[in-house]
Design a protein around this ligand. Structure first.
Ligand code: PHE
Length: 368
């Protein structure tokens, strides 16, 4: 081995390279150390170039020495790389650690309005009974809101609804904000063939405003039309609904004769309650509370929809959603529904995870 190659220079180069590797604090610093030793102009690479200047008989031994030096540096680089990669991974993992003992972040701040929840509950209960969902427009014409429902022009029953009229259209007719969801009965019977079983929630409007009335409120309509449905079905269906909705096994239900132009016979439905001590309790006691209107669909209405009342018959009902929501959830004041007060919504609103289901029992039960 000649002096010219096994020089103290090479020892110094190797020592310097190894110490740069050992002190590299991260992968970037390690790469810089690699380039400084093994890169094109690195110290080891430069030492290699000396080989070309040696006599062939010296070259072999000198080459072996330099290669051994190079291998030593490469091995140190590889070993250090593994250590640094391990440290980097550990640092990343500890930065991403989630402390599962901390309280969950309060992300579910939005609440469902009790009207939305109540509508979903009603749809769930009637859906289980085989009803499907139907909807209609808030702005109606006189035909669907009144005439087809057997309110002839000038009929005094039109005065029962304090109607909001819009400006006349090109035909000179004044559209109305629907005063009830019953016009969707007409739309359904004119577009679907019986048997029909629909549940129809929606907004309704009457020019009326006091403690128990708001100009906009919600109703849900039910309609069943086929060739055999009778008043007994109407009673059974509504009694089952009341039990499921109010989650009561027994509740006194009373069908009281009434009048609507579009049903004959007509009834209003009361449920039993007690008002003892100023506290309203459903399902027991000696008092009654009205919750809905219903009846057998009037033959004129069936005829107005192009169906033969000698063949088809059925029942309809309509109820105010705010009213039954107030009863079920103990909400004392109707007007608070529309105040858009977030504190109220925080108190009376529902989590989006409270999905009404008869299967899981979150709207009570229904006999099947
Ligand atoms: N439409 C009626 C109302 O608004 C309720 C009703 C619907 C009554 C269907 C009978 C049948 O008061």
């Amino acid at each position: 081995m000649s002096d010219s190659v096994a020089s103290p220079d090479l020892d110094q180069i190797v020592t310097a390279a190894l110490s740069a590797v050992a002190s590299a604090a991260d992968l970037a610093a390690l790469d810089a150390a690699r380039v400084a030793a093994l890169g094109k102009k690195g110290t080891i690479s430069e030492a290699m170039k000396v080989l070309g200047t040696l006599a062939p008989e010296e070259r072999k031994a000198a080459g072996a020495v330099i290669n051994a030096a190079r291998d030593q540096v490469v091995a140190a680089l590889d070993a250090r790389k593994i250590v640094l990669e391990g440290e980097a991974l550990a640092a990343k993992l500890s930065a991403e650690t989630i402390d599962l003992t901390l309280p969950a972040p309060a992300i579910a701040v939005g609440r469902l309005h009790p009207i939305s929840q109540t509508i979903d509950e009603i749809i769930e209960i009637f859906g289980e009974m085989g009803f499907s969902l139907a909807e209609g427009p808030d702005i109606e014409d006189d035909f669907h809101n009144f005439t087809a429902l057997n309110f002839p022009p000038g009929h005094p029953a039109r005065e029962m609804h304090d109607t909001f009229y819009l400006n006349p259209n090109e035909a000179g007719e004044r559209p109305v904000l629907r005063t009830h969801t019953s016009p969707v009965q007409i739309r359904t019977m004119m577009s679907a063939k019986p048997p029909i079983r629909v549940i129809i929630p929606g907004r309704t409007f009457r020019s009326d405003s006091d403690q128990t009335h708001t100009p906009m409120f919600h109703q849900v309509e039910g309609l069943v039309i086929d060739e055999a449905t009778h008043m007994g079905h109407l009673k059974g269906c509504l009694i089952e609904f009341v039990k499921a909705f109010f989650e009561l096994d027994q509740v006194p239900v009373r069908f009281r004769p009434s009048f609507f132009p579009f049903t004959e016979p007509s009834a209003e439905v009361d449920i039993g309650c007690s008002r003892k001590g100023g506290e309203l309790k459903l399902g027991e006691g000696d008092d009654w509370l009205e919750i809905l209107g219903c009846g057998m669909v009037h033959p004129n209405v069936i005829r107005n929809c192009g169906l033969d009342p000698q063949v088809y018959q059925g029942f309809a009902f309509g109820m105010g959603i705010e009213r039954i929501a107030m009863l079920k959830y103990g909400i004392p004041d109707l007007r608070t529904f529309f105040d858009a007060d977030l504190r109220w919504l925080g108190h009376y609103g529902f989590s989006a995870f409270d999905i009404p289901s008869l299967v899981t029992g979150t709207t009570g039960r229904v006999a099947r």
